[in-house]
Ligand binder design. Structure first.
Ligand SMILES: [Fe+2]
Length: 246
């Protein structure tokens, strides 16, 4: 029998975000989705949750994920064509999630083509094991080129957990911070959750991303977006994802 008190769940509505600027939805490029049919399925389901645009950001990481514009951009075209064929009305773009290492520093120094999104945004990440020792010079050199670095999921770097001073240092250097939505659910553990919420409440987060790789992430996102408490976290918080619709 239906009970009035049976559920506090609400229908997911992530339209206040609208644009996902960190995802691994392009098929067969990294540890994200592998098949085009999955990409279509995920994009349709994410659209139902309120997304209108996806900026796909495959890993670029030395020998492990040796992606380049030449591997990424054809996949973008493939996905755009399939969206048209399947009548899925969402926008898709591609950039990358660059691991900050010596290879990335070389790409910058050699003036190689870098994949950016929006006007001049570039998504960067560090290893979960240790900070990149060239992170500050990379931020500086990207800024010199007129690019705006965004550090992916600061709350996931265990060596920085709770270290608000370090995050403020990145902001002072001109780097934006992007929180993973699933961190707010505790998907990556309680310490990451607390750091994520703390950064959000302090207004230190500029963008929110799904960092979507697979089915577990999709289910967790649906669960998160079905909780009233999730939407409360964003009350009086300005994130800039929607600006990327333009
Ligand atoms: Fe990612």
């Amino acid at each position: 029998m239906f009970s009035f008190f049976s559920s506090k769940k609400i229908t997911p509505d992530l339209s206040f975000i609208s644009v996902d600027m960190h995802s691994h939805l392009l098929p067969g490029l990294d540890d994200g989705l592998q098949e085009l049919v999955q990409t279509m399925d995920f994009m349709r389901k994410l659209q139902q949750m309120g997304y209108r645009k996806f900026i796909c950001t495959p890993h670029i990481l030395s020998d492990m994920y040796p992606n380049t514009p030449e591997t990424i951009l054809p996949k973008l075209q493939l996905v755009r064509d399939a969206l048209l064929e399947n009548n899925i009305d969402v926008q898709v773009d591609a950039a990358a999630e660059y691991m900050v290492d010596i290879d990335f520093e070389n790409l910058i120094n050699e003036n190689k083509r870098l994949l950016t999104f929006g006007k001049n945004f570039i998504l960067i990440e560090m290893s979960y094991a240790a900070p990149s020792n060239n992170i500050e010079s990379v931020i500086f050199n990207l800024k010199l080129k007129g690019l705006q670095p965004i550090l992916a999921h600061p709350e996931r770097y265990n060596y920085y957990l709770g270290n608000i001073k370090q995050f403020q240092r990145f902001i002072d250097l001109g780097c934006y911070l992007q929180v993973n939505l699933l961190s707010l659910l505790g998907y990556y553990g309680e310490p990451a959750k607390h750091t994520a919420i703390s950064l959000l409440k302090k207004g230190m987060i500029t963008f929110a991303g799904t960092d979507m790789h697979h089915e577990n992430h999709l289910n967790a996102l649906k669960s998160l977006a079905s909780k009233k408490s999730f939407y409360k976290l964003f009350e009086n918080i300005q994130i800039r994802n929607k600006e990327l619709l333009l």
